[in-house]
Ligand binder design. Structure first.
Ligand SMILES: [Zn+2]
Length: 432
């Protein structure tokens, strides 16, 4: 049982806490009820979750979160970017806020743990400190950020919160401009007010996020807690290839400028370049649309969604110039018109070494094994890293599966993650 937690989770009452001088560790049963209540909202027949941003299920999950926080006696708020918060105030005057966040939106056909785990855990950290009556030097704010997954924009809520969301990024959003406008209308949000969600970085004491690893490394190595050191950066582009459409029966092969064939070349060349020249990076064409799209018509247009990721900003530059140059050369050589539309750029983020140490101390204090590792997936934490001390805790994903209904983390590992999060808050409180 490599993944089992500390032998006996501790439930420290007020007096207990004073005597042992330990954080209010919890057993996680109450959290499990909440986690499962959320897993029922937007549940799919496959056992996963479908809660794309501003879908009915997403609204229902967010409403559930606020109601649960209010019922527990926490303050709640919703900001101009639709971020939903539960707040545990501190008695200290002019105190800063330690933000604990993640997201309740999901990819279509996603899993139960991605994002949801971090929001429920954040809520239960507030409840644990509230119940223990601990006088922390900062307020705690548990946040469900808007549109982390990028149904519309990606990291929309957390970037608005830290002030890096730009008017420009709203012009060519990942999900398309029409979807963004329709979504904002449904949510009762106004585009021109999204940037008002910004908080002064000086008001922040730091940022912590608990998340599933979404990869296989912790499980493979039998490690219980991942301490995230960096979050990869990524760049994405829409690539439009224009050839010449025609009759699939009468147009001779040597007269064709087939957009589908051009798309196939682009996909293969891009992959070859990254595999041979940038072995630690990844590149993906995640969507291909052919027009008009029929058995008997040579495709005239192909639209591709291209994305690549690396831990190093210089490497992202190098991949961008190598891949785009190759795509241009291929298009030119085959008489294909080319349009390259930049969609999103996320810088790689280095998380705070001091917070990494605090996470590690917290885990080791609970008798848990740890490993430092980078995150290949994007997270709200990357929005915070440039403006406030930021840390991220990973718990193992069985089989490394994520963005899939089979996403699973053993409950003992979830409870370990929750207790490490509580312990890290305690560590930061001592250092404050
Ligand atoms: Zn996530």
């Amino acid at each position: 049982m490599l993944m089992s937690g500390p032998a006996k989770p501790l439930l420290a009452a007020d007096s207990d806490r004073e005597r042992t001088n330990r954080p209010p560790w919890v057993d996680g049963d109450r959290m499990r009820e909440d986690f499962e209540a959320l897993a029922r909202i937007g549940s799919t027949p496959e056992g996963g979750i479908g809660r794309p941003t501003f879908s009915d299920a997403h609204f229902a999950a967010r409403t559930w979160f606020l109601a649960r926080a209010e019922a527990a006696g926490l303050d709640t708020r919703v900001d101009a970017a639709g971020n939903h918060s539960a707040v545990l105030p501190t008695r200290r005057r002019d105190a800063r806020v330690l933000v604990l966040g993640s997201h309740l939106d999901s990819v279509p056909g996603g899993g139960r743990y991605d994002g949801t785990l971090g929001v429920v855990a954040a809520l239960h950290v507030l409840l644990a400190f509230k119940q223990a009556g601990t006088d922390l030097p900062f307020a705690l704010e548990a946040i469900d950020f808007t549109d982390e997954e990028g149904t519309l924009v990606g990291l929309l809520g957390s970037e608005a919160f830290v002030g890096t969301l730009t008017v420009k990024s709203l012009q060519t959003p990942r999900g398309g401009r029409d979807a963004l406008m329709a979504g904002l209308r449904r949510a009762g949000l106004r585009e021109e007010r999204l940037l008002d969600a910004r908080r002064d970085p000086r008001s922040l004491a730091g940022y912590l996020e608990l998340h599933i690893e979404q990869g296989p490394r912790l499980e493979r190595e039998g490690v219980q807690i991942g301490v995230v050191t960096t979050i990869v950066g990524s760049r994405s582009f829409r690539i439009v290839l224009r050839g010449r459409g025609g009759h699939a029966g009468t147009m001779p092969m040597d007269a064709r400028r087939d957009a589908a064939v051009a798309a196939a070349r682009v996909i293969l060349r891009a992959q070859e370049i990254v595999i041979s020249d940038f072995p630690s990076a990844v590149i993906t064409v995640g969507d291909v649309r052919l027009e008009p799209g029929a058995f008997n018509v040579v495709p005239g247009v192909a639209r591709l969604a291209l994305e690549f990721r690396s831990q190093d900003d210089g490497e992202l530059d190098a991949i961008e110039s190598a891949v785009l140059a190759r795509i241009r050369a291929e298009a030119e050589a085959h008489g294909i018109g080319l349009e390259v539309i930049p969609v999103a750029r996320w810088q790689p983020s280095r998380l705070d070494p001091g917070v990494c140490d605090a996470i590690e101390r917290s885990a080791v204090g609970l008798g848990l094994t740890t490993k430092r590792l980078p995150s290949g997936a994007g997270h709200d934490a990357q929005s915070f890293a440039p403006v406030t001390p930021t840390g991220m805790i990973f718990v193992p994903s069985v089989g490394g599966v994520s963005h899939d209904p089979r996403e699973y983390t053993a409950w003992g590992d979830v409870v370990n993650g929750l207790n490490v999060l509580i312990g890290t808050v305690d560590e930061l409180a001592r250092a404050d």
